[in-house]
Design a protein around this ligand. Structure first.
Ligand code: B12
Ligand code: SF4
Length: 549
């Protein structure tokens, strides 16, 4: 990082800019044309626990960067703030002063959006001439709300849905100093201080996209299970109907594949940039089992199986094809994340999932175990009818099938989804607008019998209880990544000891460890430029009062 700053001081920046201007003025081709300095940022916020096992680079930003025409670029860089742990404000100030960007692109999921706004404020304080461009999931879902909010003062442009073509067109317009923004599809831009929202283009033909630019990342500390990692995609979209998912707002219910030649180049590029493992970010690559067979064949044939692969998959995709799972093992797959969702039949119906999901989950996990692949599984709990017992049933199911990594997500009412509408009708949403908590682990709903904080407490107990001696015995993370596993285990010992000690010293207050966890969250959120102390503490009071009753 220090070298980077050393050769990018303010003076160099000015000279470079003048040179670029004079070259173009000399040729008289583009009178006002100016190559752009583009800085792309992904957000530092993480869902607690994820960051200990994995920190991934943002593929959306790398793909956008890869698709900006070279002759528009003076300098371009990606900074994945997820890898960054110290004083964010100080770091950003230094970065912006040294890079002197013309354009800063910010990518955010819903729970990261408010941090992106706080960063945009810092950018505008340093130089209000810098253009801030927001993109990603939250923008796609909430552009209309945002354009009428106070946040709009810090946002110059929003790009909805897929960003590659729209961003390139925007950079072109800014470089040529034209203001023909109305012609750029997917773009929201301001006229007389008010946002206009252009129409969106059709989904991109994926095979026309250039390879993501990985070599321009300033940040480097990406890992999963202790191994240097990167991200690739082999398809975009999903045709399923799960009503809690916001993916259809991005691509509609469609499924597009990259052809194998392009995938081959992408893997080569990721490996050349240091990847020792690859996370495949596709929504649901297993919609086309042949595609997955072809992918594995490609990896095996080209000897790309010296590195590890991880993917999320539908339980049906895995359960339905024993040969594919075997081939995946040969191709180097070490981790599969399955969307199990819930064990209660009423809840499965509420999530618009197929009721066969449970029997298929049992088979899918068994096949993964037989092939030495780590099985992770996501559950969605806290649906309106859920009681404490029903929530725990998900835990028991995970233990019964010996899931290596269970994720007990809380039903999250993401904007615009059918699921949100249903929960609002049920009066089950306790936090409608503060999206900082929409990360799947924080609770924003209540059930008919449980408050948000009670749900949160139950889930923290489930997470705490899963990692017992028996778990250590059957767990495949330990066999596939022993160094990572034992290092994480040892690192966790002081916290386990403190928790035990609290229980011994204060046997009558069962909430003490939980409260400590909530306080850690307050500290973490402050690091992301968010202060939600009051909100979190007020919910804790609710729990204590109930306890005293
Ligand atoms: C891979 C993935 C992950 C990975 C890694 C993500 C990463 N590196 O950032 C992991 C497993 C860690 C993960 C975790 C989580 N994820 Co996730 N994840 C995805 C997934 C499947 C793919 C993301 C991706 O890389 N897509 C491919 C790239 C090319 O597309 P993209 O990121 O969307 O970028 C394009 C556009 O969005 C846009 N764009 C994006 N940024 C910008 C910026 C600018 C300036 C511009 C112009 C355009 C632009 O242009 C890009 C190119 O077309 C998506 C679903 C999906 N289809 O996107 C969910 C998704 C993004 N995740 C989601 C969630 C909720 C989470 C979690 C919070 C919890 C959870 N329940 O899983 C955690 C939290 C992670 C954390 N930071 O701690 C939600 C977000 C919902 C929302 N409204 O915010 C999604 C949409 C899943 C869903 N179906 O609901 N996730
Ligand atoms: S299968 Fe996954 S990606 Fe497809 S709609 Fe359901 S949750 Fe969304």
């Amino acid at each position: 990082m220090s070298n980077y700053f050393a050769d990018n001081n303010l003076l160099t920046r000015k000279i470079l800019k003048n040179q670029t201007e004079s070259v173009f003025e000399f040729y008289g081709r583009f009178e006002n044309f100016m190559k752009q300095r583009i800085l792309l940022l992904s957000m530092p916020n993480y869902a607690s626990g994820f960051d200990r096992a994995a920190r991934f680079p943002n593929l959306g930003l790398a793909s956008i960067a890869g698709n900006v025409d070279e002759d528009l670029i003076d300098k371009i860089a990606i900074v994945d703030l997820i890898t960054f742990r110290s004083d964010l404000k100080k770091f950003l100030n230094k970065l912006l002063m040294n890079f002197q960007p013309d354009i800063v692109g910010l990518s955010a999921m819903s729970f990261q959006y408010q941090t992106a706004v706080e960063i945009a404020k810092i950018i505008k304080q340093i130089n209000k001439e810098i253009y801030t461009v927001f993109g990603g999931y939250h923008i796609t879902l909430a552009y209309d709300i945002i354009s009428n909010s106070e946040d709009a003062a810090y946002i110059d442009f929003m790009i909805r849905k897929e960003g590659e073509i729209a961003f390139n067109n925007l950079v072109k317009a800014l470089a040529a100093k034209t203001s023909k923004f109305s012609e750029i599809k997917n773009l929201s831009y301001k006229e007389n201080g008010k946002f206009n929202h252009n129409k969106c283009a059709e989904n991109i033909d994926l095979n026309k996209l250039k390879i993501p630019k990985r070599n321009i990342r300033i940040t480097k500390k990406y890992f999963i299970f202790g191994k240097r990692t990167d991200v690739i995609e082999t398809s975009r979209g999903c045709t399923m109907n799960c009503n809690f998912c916001c993916m259809p707002f991005m691509y509609g219910r469609t499924f597009r594949k990259y052809d194998m030649n392009r995938i081959k180049k992408d893997i080569e590029n990721a490996i050349a940039n240091g990847a020792k493992s690859l996370f495949i970010v596709d929504d649901n690559a297993f919609l086309d089992i042949h595609h997955m067979h072809n992918f594995c064949d490609l990896v095996i044939k080209n000897k790309f199986n010296k590195i590890d692969y991880m993917i999320q998959a539908s339980v049906r995709g895995i359960a339905s094809d024993e040969n594919l799972v075997r081939k995946m093992a040969e191709a180097g797959f070490k981790f599969v994340f399955l969307g199990i969702e819930n064990v209660e039949s009423e809840d499965i119906k509420l999530l618009s999932k197929d009721k066969k999901v449970l029997t298929e989950s049992v088979r899918a996990v068994k096949l993964l175990q037989e092939n030495n692949i780590i099985s992770a599984g996501g559950f969605i709990v806290a649906l309106p009818d859920d009681t404490e017992e029903k929530i725990w049933n998900n835990f028991h199911f995970a233990r019964e099938i010996k899931l290596d990594a269970p994720f007990f997500f809380v039903a999250t009412p993401h904007l615009k989804t059918e699921f949100r509408k249903n929960l609002i009708k049920e009066k089950a949403v306790t936090n409608l607008h503060d999206f900082c908590f929409y990360n799947g682990l924080q609770v924003n709903v209540r059930t008919r019998s449980l408050s948000s904080e009670q749900i949160s407490y139950i889930i923290s107990k489930m997470n705490g209880k899963y990692g017992d001696i028996e778990y250590i015995k059957f767990n495949k993370i330990k066999t596939n990544y022993p160094f990572f596993f034992w290092k994480a285990f040892i690192k966790n010992i002081p916290r386990m000891m403190t928790n035990k000690l609290r229980k011994i010293l204060y046997p009558n207050n069962k909430y003490l460890n939980y409260i400590a966890g909530r306080k850690r969250l307050i500290k973490r959120m402050r690091k992301w430029l968010l202060d939600r102390e009051e909100v979190i503490l007020s919910r804790l009071k609710e729990l204590n009062i109930r306890e005293n009753l």
